[in-house]
Design a protein around this ligand. Sequence first.
Ligand code: SF4
Length: 683
Amino acid sequence: MYKVNVTDLRICQKCPRLFAYHLQGKTGIWRIGLSGSGNFPGRLFHDKIANVFHEQMASKKITPMKNEMLAAVHSCSDDQSLEKSLSEILERYLFVQLMEKQGIHLKSFQIESLLRGFSLWRKHVVQLIKTAIQHIKNEPSMQIWTQIFLPPEKLLSATYGINSNVELKVNGKYDALMVDIEKKEIVITEFKGLNFGNEDDDFLQLVLYCWLIKESTGLSPRGVLFYLEEEQPAVYYQAKEITDAMNHLLAPLFKEAFLILSAYEKKEQLFVERSQNSDLCQKCPFNHSCDTDFHQKNQITERKKIAKKRASKIKSTNSQKAKEHENDEYLANQEAENAMKNVIETFQALKLPVKASGYIAGPRFIRLKITPQVKHGVIPKKIMSHAETLQLQLELQTAPLIKTQAGYVSIDFPRKISIPLTLKDVWEKGQSSRPVSNVTFPIGMSIEGQIFWANLAEPGMTSILVGGTAGSGKSVFLRSVILGLALNASPENVKLVLIDPKRVSFTDLKKLPHLLCPVLMDQKSALEMLSSIVDEMESRYRILEKACCEDITIYNKSHTTCMAHQVVIIDEYADLIIDKKTRENLEQLIIRLAQKGRAAGIHIILATQRPDVKIVTPIIKANLQLKIALKVTTKTNSMIILDQPGAEYLIGRGDMIIGGSVPFQRLQGAFSGKEDINLIFLK
Ligand code: SF4
C-alpha cells in the first residue's frame, strides 16, 4: 500500500514535478506558487479559539460556556438578543481568556488581526447555531451540542484502489466539522487567512477532506472556505458541487500521485510531465533545473493523458467565475427557500391557503411563485392586499411587488446581498439574442436571466421615454444605452447626439468616436441641433422618395453612400424646457422627430426625473413608443410613464419596468464603468 497525505496531493495537483521534489526531501515545496501568507496568527486561532470551542461543544462534559449558551437559546425571545448574548458568551470564554493568558506575547497588529478574524468566525458560528435553533429548543439536554458539533482536527484515512492489487492510502486532518440537523448534512469548514487567489488549491483541499469524510461516513458533506482576514469571509460549496469535483478531480490525481510515488519508492528513474501552468513555473525556483531532473519521455503517454484530463477538469470545474456564480446561486436559493416558507406560513396564519409553485432568483431579485387556493375563496386581489404584511414578515425596506401572472401570483422582492450587473456581463450573455440592427442595445436582464434588447429600427421602439426619480439609476441607465449603441455599431453607422442640461451625466463620454457633435448642455445649442436634425430628416425623406426606398435600411443595402442612424439622447428633459420661450419650439421638434424619425433613421430617447403631466405632456408621451420606468415616488408618476402602477415599488439602482409598445416586464439595468468605455476604443 502506498501512502500520501492531503498536502502531498495538493502539491501533486499543482505540479507533478514539485511532488517528486517533495518526495526527494526538498523543503517548502507546498509554498511554491502561493501568493502570500498574510499576518493572521492562524495556529493560535486554531489551537486557542476554534479548537477549544469545537472540543468543548463536541464533548459530553458540561462546561460554563455551554451552559450559558443553552440558557441564552432558551431565554432570548428574538433573533437580535440571541445573537448578542451568544456573541458576548463566545467573546468572554474564548477571546478574552486567550488575551488574558497570551495577549502580552502578541504584537498589536497580531491582536488586531486575531480580533477581526475572531469576530467574523463568531458571527459564522452564531449563524450556524441559529439554523439549528428549533432543535436546540426542543431538546432540553446539554447533549444537543454534541449532535451539532464534532471534534476538531481529527485524522481521517481512506484508501483508493489504483487497481485490483494496489491501494493508495490518503490521510488528512480537517479543521472543523458540524452537522446541519435541519438538512441532515455534514458541514466541513477550512479556515484560511487572506484569500490570495489560491482558490483552486484551497478548493482541492476542501474536496479531499470531504472525500475522506464521505469514505468514512458514507455522507456527502458540504463545505465552507472561511477566510478570516477577508470582509466577505465565507465561500460556500454545496454537497453536489463537491461530489462533482470529487468525481472529476480525484481519480486522475490519485493515479498521478501513485505513479510518481511508486517510481520513487522503487528507485526508478522519474519521468514526470512539466506543469501546464506557466505562471506557476515563472515563480518556481526549479524552473531552470526541472527539465534536466525529470527528462521528458514520449513513452509516458498514460501520465500525459492523466495530466491533460486533470488540467481540463480543474479548469472547467473550478474557474473563479463559475465558483462565484455557484456560491451566489447557493445563497440566493437559500434566501428564496426561507422566504417561501415564511410567505406560506404567513398566508396560512391569515387563513388564505396558498401553494408554493417555485421561485426564481435573479441577480438582484427573488420572485416567489404562489398559487392561491381559489376553491377556498383565495383570489389574487386578497393576496395583493397583504403586500405590507409581507414587507413586515420578510423584513423588507419596501413592500414587495405582487402581480397576477399566467397560472400563479408572483411576489418580487430584492435580495439581501445582490450582485452588480455590468454592461459587459449583459452584453456577453445576450449575444445569442442580439438583433441584427445598427441601433440595438441591451436594456437589461429579466428575473429569469434573459437579456431584453431594444432595437430602434423596429416600428414599436423607435423612440423611448425613460422616467425615474433621483437615485433610480436613470443616468447610469442612459450611459449603458449610449455605450451599448456604441459597442454594437461603428461610428460610420451610428451617430449620437447627447443633450445634458445637468452637465454632469456624460462627462466621461466626451471622447466617444460616435458623437455627432460635442455634448450639448444648454437650451440654445440643443434647439439649434434638434432643428438641424429635423432638416436632415426632411432631406433624407426626399432622398428616400427619389430612390423609391421605404427606409434607410433598404436604401443603405442598395447604395454605396450609406446614411448613418442618428440617435438623440436627452438626460433631464425637464431642465431643457425650463424656459417658456424655447419650450414650445423644443417640444415641436421632439414630437416631429418621434413621429417621423424611424424611416429616416433618426431616433430619440428622452429621460426625465420629473414624470408629471407638466413635463411629460400627453402628446409627448403618445409619440414615444417604448416606455421605461425606473423607480418613481408615486403611483401617479408610474401611471404617467406606464399607464399602470408598479414603478413606485421598484428599489432603484437600475430596477425598472418596461411597457408601452412591449409587454410589461421587470428588468435589471446594467451598470457601465470605465472598462465598458475602453471596450469601445479597443474594438
Ligand atoms: S518549473 Fe514548472 S514544471 Fe518545473 S517544477 Fe517548477 S512548477 Fe513544475
